[in-house]
Design a protein around this ligand. Sequence first.
Ligand code: ADP
Ligand code: FRU
Length: 312
Amino acid sequence: MASAEDENQGTQTKVLCVGLVCLDIVKVVTHFPVEDTDQRCEDCLWRRGGNASNTSTVLSLLGARPEYLGTLARGPYLQFVQSDFEEHGIVSDHCPVLTQGACPVSLIILNQASGSRTILHTNKNLQELSLDDFQKLSLSSGQYSWIHFEGRPNVEEIRKMLLHVEEHNSSCEESSKVITSLEVEKVDRVAQLRGLMRHVDYVFVSKEAATSLGYTDQQTAVEGLVSNCRDSAAVICPWGEKGASAKRKGSPAVTSPAFPPEVVMDTIGAGDTFNAATIFALNSGKDLGESVTFGCKVAGAKCGMMGNAGLR
Ligand code: ADP
Ligand code: FRU
């Protein structure tokens, strides 16, 4: 007999996360290494990483029904990545598996003394997702309530995907419309991604991206950046230990403090966790202020634990 949870999974709409999955090799150290020394590590962990992939994980842990979409590489890490998606109840069936190119890998130095993470990322040649891949999803089936896009280098393809969602939304009833969000994180893509902001309902702009545009705090960042958004869309800006601010066009800005854990243990994917929890709350009907506060609470809790399994 199906449990209440199974039945809920059957009717619950999905949140789709489009972007990167990679292998994170996490080296846990007691202090940051000195160049050209030979240091012992406390631990070495393999984790499924990548912003969209991490966001889908946290959505699943919070009780949403996530799907991940991005290119996968045939090769030694494919099974690890696919089984980890499956273990977390994340659908990844629509991901193209490419024979050319290798799975991106991050070597991450996680410093126990501070919880800081230093990421050394390699992505030599894995092709990004195309519009053709994206169009294989059936938006008209009503199974997706939200699509979150990580701002990857394939900006023009993402633009086409967003236009495809806009076209779908313009031809269906209000209740079947898909909400969209975009993450603008990497500093070297800000200029290009800025042009996509008017095509989505929510934009997550990282502290680094906002700083690169000359903003020195989260409030002035959202006040300024919201001018790039369309009417009634919102911009959301997490700012590390300072928490996060958000502003919907035409409404006052809202701010949440951070919720620091007793000990900061692991900040890998804090931003991805914040995005996931904020999306989860907004998708459950919470207002912008409540959602950003929930995002900060969940991200703060995540920083106080190793990995994110404890969020379940
Ligand atoms: P990223 O991981 O992308 O660098 P941020 O550092 O901006 O992202 O953090 C995202 C969110 O995580 C913040 O808005 C905050 O709520 C939470 N957070 C990050 N670092 C801490 C911390 N040291 N203590 C409490 N919360 C934190
Ligand atoms: C964390 C993360 C890691 C990954 C890296 C890619 O936000 O997604 O999991 O290695 O960033 O930039």
